[in-house]
Design a binder for this molecule. Structure first.
Ligand code: DX5
Ligand code: ZN
Length: 222
């Protein structure tokens, strides 16, 4: 199986000490920094924009995973075409979403992630299976960190896994929202291989615990 990747969501970090938070992520050896971008339109919240993404991205070698919870246009998406970002994920439900926009992201050298909200059927990704690099299954309604994972979203992870198996190309599955040590194994067993964690990861010394725990899961299943 592919490696289980850890993607802490910087949105839940201590913004007064961002530099220290990034240093800690580097020491922990996490795989991605997950950037939650919100526009108060697609979701009822505002987070931060490209300046913050660029500033952090420049100061670290950890690759970036940008999760756009915004309505879409080529103009706004291209502002996140920043050095150090590997994946750009857009929501299928967002205004302005189109295949052309997906191709635009890929043509500019980024991997393409497609996100679906808890109530969106998994089948919505089928028309894009030839170009998608990662499917993000939202396990809470997007907009806020610190929510409880919606249990009914877990079978969707399995459904995505079934859809992509046999495609002959690697498509990752990311889960985002309410992920913690108690539900991570079940998510991985159902096919998730990129785990986003916000509030759980950044609370106390949970970051260390999570990294050790994931090593354990990986050794058990590989
Ligand atoms: C929700 C965001 C998540 C969230 C994760 O809209 O996409 O990335 O901040 O935070 P937790 O792990 O606290 O749910
Ligand atoms: Zn996210």
């Amino acid at each position: 199986m592919s490696k289980i990747k850890m993607a802490p969501s910087i949105f839940a970090a201590n913004f007064l000490n961002l530099g220290e938070e990034i240093d800690r992520l580097e020491k922990l050896g996490v795989d991605y920094i997950h950037y939650d971008i919100m526009d108060n339109h697609f979701v009822p919240n505002i987070s931060f924009g490209p300046l913050v993404v660029e500033t952090i991205s420049k100061s670290t070698s950890i690759k970036g995973d940008v999760h756009l919870m915004i309505d879409l246009s080529k103009d706004v998406v291209s502002r996140f075409f920043v050095k150090g970002i590997e994946i750009i994920t857009v929501h299928i439900e967002a205004d302005g979403f189109s295949r052309e926009l997906c191709e635009f992201i890929k043509e500019n050298g980024f991997r393409l992630g497609l996100a679906i909200k808890p109530k969106t059927e998994v089948e919505a990704v089928i028309p894009y299976l030839d170009i998608v690099d990662m499917v993000l299954v939202m396990t809470v309604e997007p907009g806020f960190s610190g929510q409880k994972l919606i249990q009914e979203t877990i079978p969707k992870v399995r459904k995505v896994r079934d859809l992509i198996s046999g495609l002959g190309r690697e498509v990752e599955i990311e889960v985002d929202g309410g992920v913690n040590i108690d539900n991570a194994s079940e998510l991985v067993e159902n096919g998730a291989n990129v785990l986003v964690m916000g509030s759980f990861f950044f609370s106390g010394n949970n970051g260390e615990k999570v990294v050790n725990f994931l090593r354990g899961i990986h050794e058990k299943v590989s």
